[in-house]
Write a protein that binds this ligand. Sequence first.
Ligand code: FAD
Length: 378
Amino acid sequence: MDLLIVGSGFYGLTIAERAAAAGRKVTVIDRRHHIGGNAYSADEPETGIEVHQYGAHLFHTSNPTVWEYVNRFTDFTSYVHRVYTTHKGVVFPLPINLGTINQFFQAAYTPDQARALVHELAGEFDAKDAANLEEKGIALIGRPLYEAFIRDYTAKQWQTDPKDLPAEVISRLPVRYTYDNRYFNDTWEGLPVDGYTAWIERMADHPNIEVKLSTDYFDESQPLNKKATVGQVPIVYTGPVDRYFDYAEGELSWRTLDFEQEVLPIGDFQGTSVMNYADADVPYTRIHEFKHFHPERADRYPTDKTVVVREYSRFATREDEPYYPVNTADDRSGLLAYRELAKGESDVYFGGRLGTYQYLDMHMAIGSALSMWNNQLA
Ligand code: FAD
């Protein structure tokens, strides 16, 4: 073995694929029973509808190197992501745009009129003096839009009143003064034509790559553990950085999600792939209806059944899946301390979402793995 990779998410698999193509023998271990990390998807058995097992994943990028690279393993559909939100029983388009504003104020403002209105409403606070997230939100888009679309949704995401959250949790709240409600601004977007798992499996399909699943790097009863491998072989580690150092500098905090999946005996539940729930009286943040991610599969998917997944958000404990870094001041100083420790580990390369304590979209994870390969490992 020339290289050991801990974690078979997009970061680990990109390094594995590049190393294998360069003639290196690579072993990838993952503690889960499947490859692909959080991008893993599986067909729901009763309906055959593809469900992203760790939350909906939409691929988008403006990076031509990444786009060219991912197209070696999969084609992409022409899916364009759009998000809607229900507030007080009425559905509005997101991100907040001219359609949202005109529907909310029951008006027909032009772009300039809407801009002037939001500017006037936002005058209640100055963003740079905002003492908490609520004041910052009002300073950015004005109280009416903040209270309707941001306040209660944010409280559900963080299980904390926005008055008690730091202002820096949001840097900006995008408002578009057109009717464009495409969610992403990127050059390319789409979903893998035959699913995430087929894409991921193609990346790992090389005689130089061996994959060992249900194998935890910290389990000393299996031979490829930390004690037995550090210093023996170069290691790319994409698990949680605090776990690697046995939490010596404290635990970094994460938010996690709980998913409640249901097969419903109807053809179409909500007419779209994702519906947010902006208000406090609905306990979940959003509902995904997975058949809508693949309208081109209409002839394969049942017309009398659908799969919906309700999503709830909360702070993670050590036992939960870490999803989004919380990034408090304590987390930031802990991360700096872990980075110092990481520098002292010879031939261990920390990467990916968990290894760098950073939210990374798929294209960012792939792009940064390509850079690590080219600059440090090739
Ligand atoms: P991961 O995919 O998390 O892979 C890390 C792997 O390491 C895991 O498989 C884990 O089991 C393994 N591991 C950890 N510890 C150990 C250990 N001790 N021993 C062995 N293996 C271990 N990106 C987008 O572009 N679009 C989206 O719409 C999108 N939606 C997302 C929604 C959610 C809820 C989340 C959490 C992420 C989303 N992402 C999205 C981000 C995408 O999942 C990441 O880019 C991707 O997960 C990063 O890949 P990674 O390899 O760094 O991490």
